[in-house]
Design a protein around this ligand. Structure first.
Ligand SMILES: *Cc1c(COP(=O)(O)O)cnc(C)c1O
Length: 379
């Protein structure tokens, strides 16, 4: 069976973890955490990067940092992972779901503007498949209305919009290092990217259980004490050591994924019309990171049939998000603005193909040939 995903392993992870253990400092903010945070600060030119135990935790920190409270509204696409919503619901926000654009599968900006009210506190841009939202327009809209622009860049490490890395546009942004993402910190992990300098010192406090311990460790204050609300949002040093091994190989990982993505695309694009399928579209101002290659079929029945067929011939392909606005909690904590023209349709028709760093060329070719067999074969 060709799996849908295998977490990337690049070779240095174990050595770095051993070094971390030998250093006798395996709690948060050790040597490897600093290295990783420095890497993000350099690559995104942000004010501060703070590693977190997951992207979900980084999103929760965002909600705390922008003081989300009951009555606030947060606008997000319905076609996303549950944490994009939950992080804000936990602080009492009402979620306003908007439809996605059928070409990019990202939040549809035309609806967004109309969904903004006096209660809107933030927009969360989700870069689906590592493909950028239109960040120029989003930044303009957020600015005009005086609301926060946040990036759920969970899938977007190594992606760019007009040559600027995703994660560098919002007031705050977050990447995920869950094992299903392009790089991982040993299964779970994330980072909060702080681009708005005014949020920096409070972020350190929230992350350190509401204390000013970070200032104390830098020698800025003589003792540390409880100064604000907060929690424990530090990953342990073993996670950071693992991540450092992966960050050093990010270019190679992205390049390998891109070559698989391109192999799929070269094989399928010429057949698009004949097979009656929709393939990913990449706007010219976006450079994506090959996080996902998908094929969309014309209806749910065909999509399920396609996934079953691939399963029978030894390939694990999977669908993606069930729209949040129609889920049990989504109905309770949010509402959909306008009409759901694309979200449910995309959810019903999309299939993701296997795509991972250590995927063998022969397996890539097998996927291509079995997809061809499904559409062209004698079935
Ligand atoms: C994976 C993902 C998350 C959650 O990341 P974790 O690190 O697992 O918490 C959030 N949002 C999106 C869009 C994701 O793809």
């Amino acid at each position: 069976m060709i799996p849908f995903n295998r977490p990337a392993v690049t070779g240095n992870e174990i050595a770095y973890i051993s070094k971390a253990i030998a250093s006798d400092k395996i709690s948060g903010d050790g040597m490897y955490a600093k290295k990783c945070e420095g890497w993000f600060e350099q690559s995104t030119s942000c004010e501060k990067a703070l590693l977190t135990p997951s992207c979900t935790h980084a999103l929760e920190m965002m909600a705390l940092l922008i003081d989300i409270s009951p009555g606030d509204e947060v606008i997000i696409p319905s076609y996303t992972f549950v944490s994009t919503a939950n992080a804000f619901v936990l602080r009492g926000a009402k979620i306003i779901f908007v439809d996605v654009d059928p070409h990019t599968l990202n939040l549809d900006i035309r609806h967004l503007e109309k969904a903004i009210t006096k209660k809107t506190k933030a927009i969360v841009a989700v870069h689906y498949a590592g493909l950028s939202c239109n960040m120029n327009k989003l930044a303009m809209i957020a600015d005009e209305h005086g609301i926060y622009l946040l990036e759920d860049a969970a899938q977007a490490i190594g992606s760019y919009y007009r040559s600027k890395p995703l994660g560098s546009f919002g007031h705050l942004a977050a990447y995920s290092f869950h094992e299903t993402k392009n790089i991982t910190s040993g299964g779970e992990g994330g980072v909060l990217i702080i681009n708005d300098a005014s949020l920096k010192s409070r972020a350190e406090i929230i992350r350190e259980k509401g204390t000013n311990r970070s200032q104390y460790l830098r020698g800025d204050v003589g003792k540390y004490t409880w100064v604000d609300i907060g929690s424990s949002y530090l990953p342990c040093e073993l996670q950071s050591a693992y991540l450092w091994g992966q960050l050093q190989k990010l270019d190679a990982i992205t390049a390998k994924r891109m070559s698989i993505w391109n192999s799929y695309d070269r094989a399928f694009r010429p057949e698009k019309k004949r097979w009656n399928v929709i393939l990913p579209e990449v706007p010219s101002e976006c450079k994506h990171n090959a996080h996902i290659y998908f094929i969309r079929l014309s209806c749910k029945e065909l999509r399920d049939d396609f996934i079953n067929f691939l399963d029978v011939v030894g390939i694990c392909a999977v669908f993606h998000y069930v729209p949040l606005h129609s889920s049990i909690a989504g109905r309770k904590y949010g509402s959909f603005w306008g009409e759901d023209i694309n979200t449910t349709n995309i959810s019903d028709t999309l299939v993701r193909l296997p795509l991972f760093y250590n995927m063998r060329q022969q397996d890539v070719e097998k996927v291509i040939s079995r997809v061809r067999l499904y559409f062209d074969g004698s079935r």
